[in-house]
Ligand binder design. Structure first.
Ligand code: DX5
Ligand code: ZN
Length: 216
């Protein structure tokens, strides 16, 4: 079993020092930088927008894995692409025309991802696999860091892995991922692990060890 990629979620970082935090997790071995964008409408929380993504862009060479928990999402795709997003992931539940949204992301030259809330079945992406570079399985209800992992999502990871087959689509998991649940996710077929509290706990001196523990 190959080692998973680790995508620290900066939602759990020190928001008063985001540039330094992005530099620190880059130095600690982060593969992607997971940026949680929340609008207070699709989810009951409000975080950052394209201006912050643009400000953070010079602080790392790692891909920005931008998770858009916003609705509507189409009006903002271009701004996040211009700000420096590399992967733009939309929630399947936040757009009426998912096929068109994904095509638009690729037209902007970015990798296209779809996030599935816990109650959304993997069949939601069955007819857009050819437009996808990543599927994000939410293992918590979106909106906050530090929540508990929902074990019922493990079969969804397995089903997605089977559905994807040999296509070049990454399966990413997000929410409540720690060194215990990480192993379950990788065994089920996940290749990219998003982790906020499990990476940022203990402060910058712990980031490298925390990331290594998730990689297993
Ligand atoms: C939740 C976000 C997650 C969250 C992960 O809506 O999408 O990325 O920040 O945080 P932890 O790893 O603490 O559950
Ligand atoms: Zn996220």
């Amino acid at each position: 079993m190959s080692q998973p990629l680790i995508a620290p979620s900066i939602l759990s970082a020190d928001f008063a020092s985001l540039g330094a935090e992005v530099r620190a997790i880059t130095a600690a071995g982060a593969d992607y930088i997971h940026v949680d964008v929340m609008d207070g409408h699709f989810v009951p929380n409000l975080t950052i927008g394209p201006a912050v993504v643009k400000a953070l862009r010079p602080h790392t060479d790692r891909p920005f894995d931008v998770h858009l928990m916003i609705s509507p999402v189409d009006p903002y795709l271009e701004a996040f692409a211009a700000a420096g997003a590399d992967i733009i992931t939309v929630q399947a539940e936040a757009t009426t025309h998912l096929d068109r949204t994904l095509e638009r992301i690729r037209t902007l030259g970015k990798k296209a991802g779809v996030a599935l809330n816990p109650s959304t079945p993997e069949s939601a992406v069955a007819y857009v696999l050819d437009r996808l570079d990543l599927v994000l399985v939410m293992t918590v209800n979106p909106g906050f860091g530090g929540q508990s992992f929902i074990p019922a999502m493990i079969p969804k990871i397995q089903a997605l892995r089977a559905m994807i087959g040999r296509r070049p689509i990454q399966v990413e998991v997000d929410g409540g991922v720690n060194h215990e649940t990480a192993r379950l996710c990788v065994q089920a077929g996940a290749e990219v692990l998003v982790a906020g509290s499990a990476v940022f706990q203990g402060g910058a001196g712990r980031y490298q060890a925390n990331i290594a523990a998730l990689r297993g």
